[in-house]
Write a protein that binds this ligand. Structure first.
Ligand code: PAD
Ligand code: ZN
Ligand code: ZN
Length: 393
């Protein structure tokens, strides 16, 4: 073949490849955060097809978690513009080369803490923060360093390996789990973050024992899930601590035995709890995200054998100072992301447990809104009126 002809042929081939690529680009609705502290803008974006080892998902339902709000207001560092959201359920639309664990049509939950199954952490029996895919690297990009989202010709960042405030998203294969096809997306989306985080913090991270006394600081969606975990583990006394007394009725329904509002006392909340329990609780959980309540929760647990778990996400720039005596006298202080679960293997099992009615999610879902009303959903969270709002597409 003549050299010129070969060149022309190659050019045609490249043109065809480009066309195929653009044919596969999906235009869809997404809620973008253009700048810190600004409302979400509902706009049309382009979602590129999944590359090798990646999965494109049609989102069916997504919950609003306080961690998303931490990113909106800048207390959790995030690069803008960005598509937030990390608590969702959806259906696989297409897969890139080499993907074996899911296929188009599978019902799935995106995983903000991925599980590659091969790194040191994934191979360790207790580790759950995959070292190959760092959920918190703050780059807002796919593992290859690029984005699959475009708005007005410019790249938009991903969030927490998931980005679910969009009709379509792309995630790495290690950040998605296949679940029971019959599971209701508008409920089990909570297994993508809030429920699993709270429940796991009690049953896996703390390993609450039957007959123990627990204190849960913060009775939002995650805190109430901690309460459910403590109850399931057989705790005999569960003290709920919140500054919003409107949270107490539901907390009691779910197993809280005593409700305490720090505003009702003129002494530190740890003194109140130590008095109530004659020395301190066995397990305490901070599920708010404030450094002061983290140290108060630590001080509330019994010296010698008390364990305190940090579940709340403190501002990126914060530091804690505390008296070393608090630990010297025997308390244990720990924390966990996603309730210590190894995500890809645990999420399908948690969905099966939900289907087998081993726990309920209904009490956590106070509001369901169409996706377009995302700003209203965030207002409900900020004003303390909602536990979880689920957005439907
Ligand atoms: P939420 O806002 O629904 O609940 C927080 C609760 O804390 C509310 O009921 C507040 O009234 C209450 N509260 C606020 N300030 C105080 C105070 N000073 N004393 C007592 N109570 C107070 O949030 P959420 O349940 O969605 O999330 C809770 C935290 O957990 C938040 O920081 C979030 O970012 C973090 C989180 N962590 C993980 C993880 O993997 N560790 C996952 C998901 C969420
Ligand atoms: Zn969350
Ligand atoms: Zn890994």
């Amino acid at each position: 073949m003549h050299k010129k002809e070969r060149k022309k042929e190659r050019k045609e081939e490249r043109k065809k490849e480009r066309k195929l690529y653009f044919d596969q680009v999906i235009k869809c609705k997404a809620a973008i955060c253009l700048e810190v502290n600004k409302p979400f803008s509902i706009v049309e974006i382009e979602v590129a097809p999944p590359k090798a080892q990646e999965v494109r998902i049609k989102i069916l339902a997504t919950g609003i978690c306080r961690s998303d709000d931490h990113a909106v207001n800048g207390s959790l560092y995030a690069p803008f513009p960005i598509i937030l959201g990390h608590e969702a359920a959806g259906v696989v639309e297409s897969v890139g080369e080499g993907v074996t664990s899911v296929k188009p049509g599978d019902k799935v939950i995106p995983l903000f803490v991925p599980q590659c199954g091969e790194c040191n952490t994934c191979l360790h029996p207790r580790g759950n923060l995959c070292t190959r895919h760092n959920f918190a690297d703050g780059r807002g990009l796919m593992p290859d360093g690029t984005s699959r989202f475009t708005y007005k010709g410019k790249a938009v960042h991903h969030f927490a390996c998931t980005s679910t405030f969009t009709e379509y998203t792309v995630v790495h294969e290690s950040a998605v789990a296949k679940i029971d096809a019959a599971a209701p997306p508008e409920k089990i989306c909570l297994i993508g973050c809030g429920f699993s985080t709270g429940y796991g913090s009690a049953v896996k991270t703390a390993q609450v024992e039957p007959g123990s006394t627990c204190a849960v600081f913060g009775l939002g969606g995650v805190g109430l899930s901690v309460v459910m975990g403590c109850k399931a583990a057989g705790a005999s006394r569960i003290i709920g601590v919140d500054i919003n007394k409107d949270k107490f009725a539901k907390a009691k329904e779910l197993g809280v035995t005593d409700c305490v509002n720090p505003k009702d006392f003129d002494k530190p909340i740890q003194d109140v709890l130590i008095e109530m329990t004659k020395g301190g609780v066995d397990y305490s959980f901070e599920v708010i995200g404030r450094t002061e309540t983290m140290t108060a929760a630590l001080a509330s647990c019994h010296m010698n054998y008390g364990t305190s778990v940090i579940v709340g996400l403190a501002p990126s720039a914060s530091q804690i100072t505390f008296h070393p005596m608090l630990l010297f006298t025997g308390r244990t202080w720990k924390g966990a992301v996603f309730g210590s679960w190894k995500s890809k293997e645990a999420v399908p099992k948690l969905v099966s447990d939900f289907m087998a009615k081993k726990f309920t999610l209904d009490p956590l879902i106070t509001h369901t809104l169409p996706f377009d009303k995302i700003n209203e959903g965030f207002e409900l969270l900020r004003t303390g009126k909602s536990i979880r709002t689920v957005l439907l597409f």
